[in-house]
Design a protein around this ligand. Structure first.
Ligand code: GA4
Length: 328
């Protein structure tokens, strides 16, 4: 068994921004029950790479069931949770994020969206009722994947792309390399004493995939970066927050922006988030769509999702991963 010492507290903290964080009223809000949200969606992906979705159609029952299973799992003794770790990259992890020395005030469980794989690999490691847990994951993931595909089809429409499913088919593919993440940010009561400093829960980064769909409980912490400022995103347990990922930025030849984001630890309240990362099959070529390239050059070198993922796993969280694939 490999025993890793816990990282020291200095490794988690950052100096607070001198500028106050901006107000969140700027964050685009998309109501999926409205007749035609596609123009608003395209604008949000261009301006922010981030938006909040209401009237999403994901059953509350699936959300609540999974949240309660996640809370049960994270309440297990460390020794029990560690049976599902260390993350390789799937599995349970605590404070160490990725393979290259990043740390955060967070514990997490990374799964695939392939239910058979999850059962084979994790069934004996997820507490007292692993079937119930994995069943809650499946129900939730399939509902959230459908919503993500609806959004991607509206986006294709909004960009006037003839093939409506050009993005969504990558998530629907049986070989889709999508992942699902449960994060638990424990409270850190001594935060008040750390004047002038914040505690990093999950350090700043962009998501490598196509699209990410996040839902959290009613605890703050998420921030997005815009024009060099951090914007705090007020929590809303009844809504979803969507991030444009690096792959969607490339497929739209830079029209949509992959958003830099991070999570700060909370002094008093535990934060639990669940994130679906919709990715393409490993063999998929990630390149700007030809119909968007009339009269313009690709900003990126050609690569497959496998190549991008391999390169991402060699990087640190905050690195500009797409930089290596930009044409100069
Ligand atoms: C960021 C988005 C997803 O959480 C994730 C992360 C992955 C991991 O935690 O294993 C990475 C990170 C994420 C990007 C760079 C590499 C890989 C940690 C890290 C340092 C699951 C993903 O796909 O990429």
């Amino acid at each position: 068994m490999v025993v890793l010492s816990q990282p020291s507290l200095e490794q988690f903290s950052v100096t607070k921004n001198c500028k106050p964080t901006s107000f969140s009223s700027q964050i685009p809000l998309i109501d999926l029950s409205k007749p035609d949200p596609k123009t608003q969606l395209v604008k949000a992906c261009k301006d922010f790479g981030f938006f909040k979705v209401i009237n999403h159609g994901v059953p509350t029952e699936f959300i609540n069931k999974l949240e309660s299973e996640a809370v049960k799992f994270f309440s297990l003794p460390c020794s029990e949770k560690e049976r599902a770790g260390p993350p390789d990259p799937l599995g349970y992890g605590n404070k160490r994020i990725g393979p290259n020395g990043d740390v955060g005030w967070v514990e997490f469980l990374l799964l695939t969206t392939n239910s058979e794989f999850n059962s084979q690999r994790f069934l004996s490691m997820l507490g007292k009722n692993p079937e119930t847990f994995l069943c809650a994951v499946n129900d939730y993931v399939s509902a959230v994947k459908n919503m993500a595909c609806e959004i991607l089809e509206l986006l294709a429409d909004g960009l006037k792309i003839k093939q409506r499913n050009v993005f969504s088919k990558l998530l629907m593919d049986k070989q889709s390399d999508s992942v699902f993440r449960l994060n638990h940010y424990p409270p850190y009561p001594r935060l008040q004493e750390m004047k002038g400093r914040d505690l990093i829960g999950f350090g700043e980064h962009t998501d490598p995939q196509i699209i990410s769909v996040l839902r959290s409980n009613d605890s703050s912490g998420l921030q997005i970066s815009r024009d060099g400022n951090w914007i705090s995103v007020p929590p809303d347990q009844n809504s979803f927050f969507i991030n444009v990922g690096d792959s969607l930025q490339v497929m739209t030849n830079g029209r949509f922006k992959s958003v830099r984001h991070r999570v700060l630890a909370n002094g008093l309240k535990s934060r639990v988030s669940m994130i679906y990362f919709g990715g393409p099959p490993l063999s998929e070529k990630i390149a700007p769509l030809p119909s968007l390239m009339v009269g313009e050059e690709s900003l990126y070198k050609e690569f497959t999702w496998f190549e991008y993922k391999k390169s991402a796993y060699k990087s640190r969280l905050a690195d500009n991963r797409l930089g290596l694939f930009e044409k100069i």
